[in-house]
Structure formats: structure tokens, C-alpha cells
Design a binder for this molecule. Structure first.
Ligand code: TXA
Ligand code: MG
Length: 336
């Protein structure tokens, strides 16, 4: 779908400070040269993203990621943990938030620019598991800062057709296999690992690798990872949560002429028909459900509905990331 020549051309665009929408295994990213502050500023402008929300830096290898970070500020016992996670999870949907290296021979003019990290002394790094993303990083020859390629607060793109933000080039790599963003893991003030955003790598896997329970930071507790912002991933259509195992109340059905339903295996509609229905996985497979989640939300949002009713899924594996995204998509919009 993407030719080597197109990737080379997009790499030149990136190195010259342009913006390229790039498929990754999680969602499409809006990529910019991570060491070029002007290019990164264009990403914030294109997304309407507030400057306090830091970007993830993508590299083609773990070695290239380590060149951007400095483990020294972490307690000695915690320093090997990131290498253990990277070895087991990269390339893949895991972002590690680590102390930022202030300068290195690989980075001209000092470390990752402050605009990428919103002035924090940490940087989020990840090696994506997508041939187009990795070929693009190699073609550009520089690390790529890339948020999801959606307007700030909106539903993330999992197909090239969903990319609506302005950019110089869209690489069409087809649908994203994982379908939800990377899990973001950082270290708290005591140096203990903490999940800052639920995502494509199940917390259970990280806990098994580190042989300890890992807490999930809750919104409000720390806004240090703005993926924790209450309202995010939201379609324009109002979205209401239906807890798992519950039927939709008949009153809700009668109050809204055009309801769209989103669920793992189907919602009962009291003998009436939904105006649109998305069933994420008839077999109840949470990994398959995550892969189709944002795409289903995009379709429902385009179906001219009064209300989207989304039912939560089992709170395990990728189900935790799905429920997290549904809760944030449902959070009431601030009054205008
Ligand atoms: O799967 C993904 O992570 C996708 C693809 C394109 O790689 N990217 C993505 O980026 O979801 P974005 O910008 O939509 O979300 C990045 C998340 C935000 O929640 C941000 O706050 C957090 O990562 N983050 C990045 N750097 C951080 C840092 N230094 N400290 C804390 N959180 C950070
Ligand atoms: Mg995003």
C-alpha cells in the first residue's frame, strides 16, 4: 500500500520540518522531526493541542531510544526495569516515560527540545511495531515525535481515511492492528513503576515482567500524563455508558429516536431496532474488540445519531484500555 519511494519522500518531508501522518500498530500518528522545535510546534497547531500535553518520541530501535534518556536519576534498583520491559515489549505498544538526557553526541544542540516534553524533565519513548512507521523513521534518519493524528480530544484514527488534521503527507498503511494507543508507563517520585495510561500492552503483562503489582494513576491524581484528561477520545455525538450485564432501559429507547449501540457482543433493544449497531467481537475476544473500537466510534459518529450507548467490557487484558477510552469518551463535555 505504501511504496519505498513514497516512504523516502515522506522521510525527506519530515527531515525538512514537514508533518507526515504515519500508520503505527496502535493508531495513526501525526509525525514531526522530534529534534526540530518548529516542526513540533506545527504538530501542536495542527491538532489544537494544549502545550502542556507532551508528545511521544518514536525511534526505530531501543538503542536509539536510550540515546534520548538518562537512567541515572532513577534509584539503582529500578534502572534495569526499563531495559527488561523494552526487551520484552518493543517493538510494540508500550511507551516508557524516563528521565530526559540533557545532551548527547547523537542529539545536536542538547536533548529532546522542551516543546516535545512540555518542559518536563522526562521524555516518553517507544519503538512502534509497524513496518511503515519504522521504515519512515529510518528514511528520515531522526526520531519522530508523534501524537495520535486526531484533533485534540477527538477519536483517534485507526485508518488513513480518519486522518483529518492538516499535514503534508498521509501514508496509508491500512487499518491499525492493535487499535488503541500504547500503554504509557512511568516511574513515580519513589522510582516505582506506574501506568500513566492504559493501552495496547495489558497491565497484566507488565506486572508479570516486573514481578510486582503496578498501580494505574487515576485522572486528577496526576495530570502529568494528559492521556489521563477526563474528556478525551470523544465522538461529537453524545455518548452514554451502559454497564456490562445491563439492558438498555426502555425509557432511554423511547426518549431518543436514533440510538447507536456499541458493545462487545450485542445489547438487547426491547424488541426495537437500533439506528446503528456496532458489535466489537461476537466471540467476546477483547484483543479483536480493541482493534475495532475507534473505527466503530468513527462510524457511529458519522451515522447522524442522537445518542451513542456504549456498553463496558470485562475489565481484563485489553478490556481495561477499552473501558478507559469509553469512560473518557462519555465524560460530559464542558459547558460552552
Ligand atoms: O500509541 C500511541 O502512543 C500513539 C502512536 C502514534 O504512537 N501516540 C499517542 O500519542 O497516543 P498521544 O500524544 O495521543 O498520547 C501521548 C500520551 C499522552 O497521554 C501524554 O500525556 C503521554 O503520552 N506522555 C508523553 N510524554 C510524557 C511524559 N514525559 N510524561 C508523562 N506523560 C507523557
Ligand atoms: Mg491522543
Amino acid at each position: 500500500m505504501v511504496s519505498p519511494a513514497e516512504i523516502q519522500q515522506a522521510g525527506v518531508t519530515l527531515r525538512g520540518g514537514g508533518l507526515v501522518a504515519v500508520p503505527t500498530e496502535t493508531v495513526y500518528g501525526l509525525g514531526a522531526h522530534a529534534l526540530d522545535p518548529d516542526a513540533v510546534a506545527r504538530v501542536f497547531a495542527a491538532k489544537g493541542r494544549p502545550s502542556f500535553d507532551p508528545l511521544i518520541v518514536h525511534t526505530a530501535s531501543a538503542e536509539a531510544a536510550w540515546a534520548l534518556v538518562d537512567l541515572e536519576p532513577l534509584p539503582p534498583a529500578q534502572r534495569p526495569l526499563s531495559a527488561r520491559l523494552a526487551e520484552a515489549c518493543w517493538p510494540g505498544p508500550l511507551t516508557l516515560v524516563l528521565p530526559k538526557r540533557s545532551s548527547s553526541p547523537e542529539i545536536r544542540g542538547g536533548g529532546v527540545p522542551g516543546i516535545v516534553t512540555s518542559g518536563l524533565d522526562t521524555v516518553g519513548v517507544r519503538v512502534p511495531d509497524h513496518p511503515v512507521a519504522r521504515a519512515l523513521i529510518e528514511a528520515a534518519g531522526v526520531p519522530i515525535a508523534a501524537p495520535s493524528a486526531n484533533p485534540f480530544g477527538g477519536t483517534s484514527p485507526t485508518r488513513a481515511q480518519h486522518v483529518t488534521v492538516p499535514c503534508d503527507h498521509v501514508l496509508d498503511g491500512g487499518p491499525c492492528a492493535t487499535g488503541v494507543e500504547s500503554t504509557v508507563l512511568g516511574f513515580d517520585d519513589a522510582g516505582q513503576p506506574v501506568v500513566l495510561r492504559l493501552g495496547g500492552t495489558p497491565v497484566e503483562k507488565l506486572e508479570a515482567l516486573l514481578r510486582r503489582p503496578i498501580p494505574v494513576a487515576r485522572a486528577g491524581e496526576r495530570v502529568s500524563s494528559p492521556g489521563m484528561l477526563d474528556r478525551h477520545y470523544a465522538p461529537r455525538t453524545p455518548l452514554q455508558i451502559l454497564p456490562r450485564g445491563h439492558d438498555l432501559a426502555a425509557e432511554v429507547m423511547s426518549a431518543h429516536p436514533r440510538i447507536g449501540a456499541l458493545s462487545l457482543q450485542g445489547i438487547r433493544a426491547h424488541g426495537r431496532a437500533f439506528a446503528a449497531e456496532e458489535i466489537l467481537s461476537p466471540a467476546g475476544d477483547l484483543t479483536a474488540a480493541a482493534a475495532g473500537l475507534f473505527e466503530a466510534l468513527h462510524r457511529l459518529d458519522a451515522a447522524d445519531l442522537d445518542l451513542i450507548v456504549a456498553q463496558t467490557v470485562p475489565e481484563e487484558g485489553l478490556g481495561r484500555a477499552i473501558n478507559d477510552r469509553l469512560q473518557r469518551a462519555a465524560h460530559p463535555a464542558p459547558p460552552r
